[in-house]
Design a protein around this ligand. Sequence first.
Ligand code: SF4
Length: 201
Amino acid sequence: MAKSLADIRAELGECRRCSLCDTRTTVVFGVGNHDAEVMFIGEAPGKQEDLGAEPFIGAAGKYLNELLQLAGLTREEIYIANVLKCRPPENRDPQPAEIEICSPFLREQVRAIAPQIIVTLGNFATRFILRTDRGITGLRGQIQITGPFSVLPIFHPAAAIYDRLKQPLMEQDFRLLGRLIETRRFEKNNVDKTTLCEEQP
Ligand code: SF4
């Protein structure tokens, strides 16, 4: 049985399981709707997130909020977490050992929320969720099925802020996300109706 988010957070505590605890300000657990249809997974907290104890509250977060509208979503409807819960110094890339130590908490969060759709933002989240070595450039905008989840890899919003050529692709991918949500809702409704019919005496 899946643990509750509150239990997972309590277990994480003021974690000192890897050396990032020495340089972080706060543990950034995750935020949002506990029953979200769509879960977003990023890489690690940045400077603003480290200070504010919440994922995606800096410039990348503002941009993400704008993009969500293209998918017909609000920030309140989704859940967001990162692969790493603590900021790497100077926003360097996560190291494999850090991902290995920290990622069990993300796995527990995914189990607790049980979303229909997972959106992976950038290379590290995509490689972790899809268990692949392929990069985000080749995978973005391609819906993958893994277990019960539809997974949509998308560039990290921070990457698209720095490289404006990525922004039309981001918009395209968020519109695709909107269509994917409608499809999953349609399928779920039909399954529910079929189940109801089968249960009729
Ligand atoms: S990154 Fe994860 S494992 Fe490392 S100290 Fe932070 S919460 Fe603990």
